[in-house]
Write a protein that binds this ligand. Structure first.
Ligand SMILES: Cc1cc2nc3c(=O)[nH]c(=O)nc-3n(C[C@H](O)[C@H](O)[C@H](O)COP(=O)(O)O)c2cc1C
Length: 177
């Protein structure tokens, strides 16, 4: 698959086959691609905590509330993305330029993870609705702010590819000469 095909195929999955585990080699391939993600000053200011089994279930519950993310407990793998400190140059740049490079870095990391998951035939959903304190209780290795959780697994057979709803290109892009 080329990148265009991956981008067309990838969608947020909210219906997982909870009986079908994610193969270790596919998970490994996704994490290896995540490692290649670019970041400000190459600082890689993030950590990925891979949660499976009971831990995944507990993290899933920490992404729920007010009727949101009801599907999360069906996903066999949850990747918790937390912040690590900036390297000195990125910290200086972020301060001087008043820019939040770390959130951008985590966004790009998440794009790499979800694209490679799609390339591996897996489905994913990026979750920003989460209870950080509850996740910290479960993931005791985390020492930075929890930013995102990514669900991974196989979609249910009847989970169809949806038409993409996106802004028109002329609204999204402007050309200036
Ligand atoms: C930073 C971020 C946070 C998100 N949080 C949630 C979430 O908590 N729950 C959810 O179901 N989807 C969440 N999404 C998925 C978006 O709703 C989804 O990407 C968007 O509607 C486009 O749909 P698609 O991914 O199927 O193409 C999030 C996506 C991003 C990038």
């Amino acid at each position: 698959m080329n990148f265009r095909e991956i981008a067309e195929l990838r969608q947020s999955c909210r219906a997982y086959n909870s009986e079908r585990p994610v193969e270790q080699e596919k998970l490994q391939a996704i994490l290896e691609v995540a490692r290649l993600s670019p970041s400000a000053c190459n600082g890689q200011p993030y950590h990925i905590t891979v949660c499976r089994g009971e831990t995944a279930l507990k993290v899933a519950k920490a992404t729920q509330g007010m009727g949101i993310n009801k599907f999360a407990p069906e996903a066999p793998v949850m990747l918790v993305i937390s912040e690590k400190p900036y390297v000195k140059t990125a910290a200086l740049g972020a301060k001087m330029k008043k820019n939040d490079y770390r959130s951008m870095d985590i966004g790009i990391l998440s794009a790499y993870i979800t694209a490679e998951a799609a390339a591996q035939g897996l489905s994913s959903c990026i979750l920003g609705w989460l209870d950080e304190d509850k996740i910290r209780e479960v993931c005791t290795d985390i020492d930075g702010t929890v930013r995102l959780v990514i669900t991974l697994g196989y979609a249910k057979d009847d989970d169809k590819l949806r038409a993409k709803k996106r802004k028109d290109l002329d609204e999204l892009v402007s050309f200036i000469e």
